[in-house]
Design a binder for this molecule. Sequence first.
Ligand SMILES: [Zn+2]
Length: 254
Amino acid sequence: MRIQVESYEALRDRVAIACRVLAVTGLVEHILGHVSARTGPDTLLIRGRGPAERGLAYTVGEDVQQVDLAGTGTTPSGWKAPSELPIHTEILRSRPEVTAVVHAHPPAVVAASVADLPWLPLVGSYDIPAARLAQDGIPVWPRSALIRRRDLAEEMADHLGDRPVVVLRGHGLVAVGTGDPAHAVAEAVTRALAVDSLARTTLAVAATGAPLHPIPVEDIDELPDLGPAFNVSAIWRHLEARAEHEGPSVPLRP
Ligand SMILES: [Zn+2]
């Protein structure tokens, strides 16, 4: 099942709401972090910054503009693509099936990565998407550099490989989505949330001094993939409602 969002403006709203969701769920603080959605083979909508930047929680449609993979486009004066645009463009270049990219600095993910804690399926039914992501492997890019250049983005994308998420040690994470771009934005956000949840659990267990053990394989085998209608669409409706009710009452469009 896919979330049907037809128009360009609606996709722009979707990217803006995703930024608000990242803020309301604590995956981003203040002004750092961005979300993009593919609009064509060589173009993307991306959350940049204008002269009146107020942070991710206050994202409006105007903050999201279309650029090409070189970062150029007809954008309003004063608007700039994020300095880490190469995170998005390099993944869209190397992964044609990817249609959305989320980059965030979740504090728990940063702490767990700096502590070099392993990314294990520590939990089962508590968070099935997190367990499955960990079981299939969450790669870590060991560098904390600001990804402003294409060569750094290529290294990061190599570590991501064909996986849905990569942890950036001492920096944050990148999550991707595929298929219909609106659905992909929601999918990438839910994947980022799953990694954040796993990081918080891992830190909490590690703080007790208990060893970090993955759950048994026979329990992993009893964790079904509940499908995108449950894992993405239903969670997205919840997240969108939270962003609307817990976030600022700033309209997305003037
Ligand atoms: Zn960053």
